[in-house]
Design a protein around this ligand. Structure first.
Ligand code: PMP
Length: 344
């Protein structure tokens, strides 16, 4: 992936090679140096561009697909957008099976990127033939030569980050990184990046960020699936109610859990202090750093890299809506007030 051309062949040339940006204000009272790998600079505005491009190109290399074939995935989120974008450029049909909980805006966005969207009922179990998992599986079986991205259970998700995010961070820090802080959803980002970085320097510490309501932290500590950990939460893309095989738990040193409310406020602070309009899980990742600092975890010599996975524009009707924040009761216990709009 070259990133210094004057004119790019197409938008996929811009996947990866995202900038590392120092955090100057938010972390000024914390021990150590902090910089963010800002994945919103990918053309599809998230880290998922990397896995969509990598997984599709691996299938091409292995001769599994050729233009005109079909790519299938089960998400209305960032991965759906990235798979649709790569499919447009490379000439694949893109089918996304999404839950009926997905917002109309998200479904419209995917359709406008050329995806065929199957809206499946949200209130059925994963093994119901109408669920989006089963619909995707069935379509994959029925459509000859189709590729199912299956990001939670695909080793190539880890490999994508091992081959791009990891080397980029190592180079951008001149090998001086001491800590990586990254959200874990499928686990692909943290596992692949950690594997590469620890091969360069086994002393680098890797901290996963998990949500209250998710099983990942407990599983990391006990290697047991504890369903009592599971309850609904609002942050999308972080944590899980199952154990993804795309997570290499041995590559992660510890997990920190963060709340919906604090992560939302921290995301809003990132925009107001650093001028970076990033998504909900970026707030979650910085919230984990705040909590570690409260526990006096970092040393003044530490060089911490935090991954900010996506752009804030995808959360306009959530954390960047004062009404939504108010409806969640998120303005009650914090000092932050609703932002002011001036009427003429
Ligand atoms: N943040 C957001 C917004 C995401 O969509 C995801 C992906 N589910 C993550 C973080 C976590 O990345 P990964 O799936 O690689 O663990």
């Amino acid at each position: 992936m070259e990133n210094n051309k004057k004119v790019y062949d197409n938008v996929l040339d811009l996947v990866g090679n995202t900038p590392m940006i120092k955090l100057n204000k938010l972390t000024s009272n914390f021990k150590g140096n902090y910089q963010a790998k800002v994945e919103a600079f990918n053309p599809g505005h998230s880290s998922k561009d990397r896995i969509a491009l990598y997984i599709i190109e691996q299938a091409e290399k292995q001769g599994i697909i050729k233009p005109g074939d079909t790519i299938i995935e089960t998400t209305s989120g960032n991965t759906g957008f990235s798979v649709a974008m790569v499919s447009v450029i490379k000439g694949y049909d893109c089918i996304l099976a999404v839950s009926s909980k997905s917002s109309a805006d998200k479904i419209d966005m995917l359709k406008n990127m050329g995806a065929k969207v199957y809206v499946c009922p949200a209130n059925v179990s994963a093994d119901d033939p109408r669920s989006y998992y089963q619909v995707a599986k069935r379509l994959h079986e029925e459509i000859k030569g189709s590729v199912y991205i299956n990001q939670y259970f695909n080793q190539l998700n880890i490999d994508a980050h091992y081959n791009s995010t990891g080397p980029e961070i190592w180079n951008q820090t001149d090998g001086k990184i001491t800590h990586l802080v990254a959200c874990s959803g499928t686990g692909g980002t943290i596992s692949g990046t950690a594997k590469y970085l620890k091969e360069q320097n086994p002393n680098i510490k890797v901290i996963g960020v998990d949500a209250y309501g998710s099983v990942l932290k407990k599983y990391h500590e006990t290697r047991e699936f504890d369903k009592d950990e599971i309850y609904p939460y609002r942050i999308e893309g972080l944590g899980k109610n199952l154990i993804p095989t795309a997570t290499d738990f041995d590559a992660i040193d510890q997990f920190v859990k963060v709340s919906d409310e604090e992560s939302a406020h921290t995301a809003r602070q990132i925009a107001l202090t650093e001028g970076l309009f990033v998504g909900y899980t970026s707030g979650a990742a910085l919230q984990a750093i705040k909590q570690l600092n409260e526990d006096d975890y970092f040393k003044p010599t530490d060089n911490v890299v935090v991954i900010f996975p996506d752009h804030g524009s995808r959360y306009m009707s959530k954390i960047y809506s004062d009404k939504w924040m108010n409806d969640q009761g998120f303005f009650d216990s914090q000092n932050e007030e609703a932002s002011q709009s001036i009427q003429y």
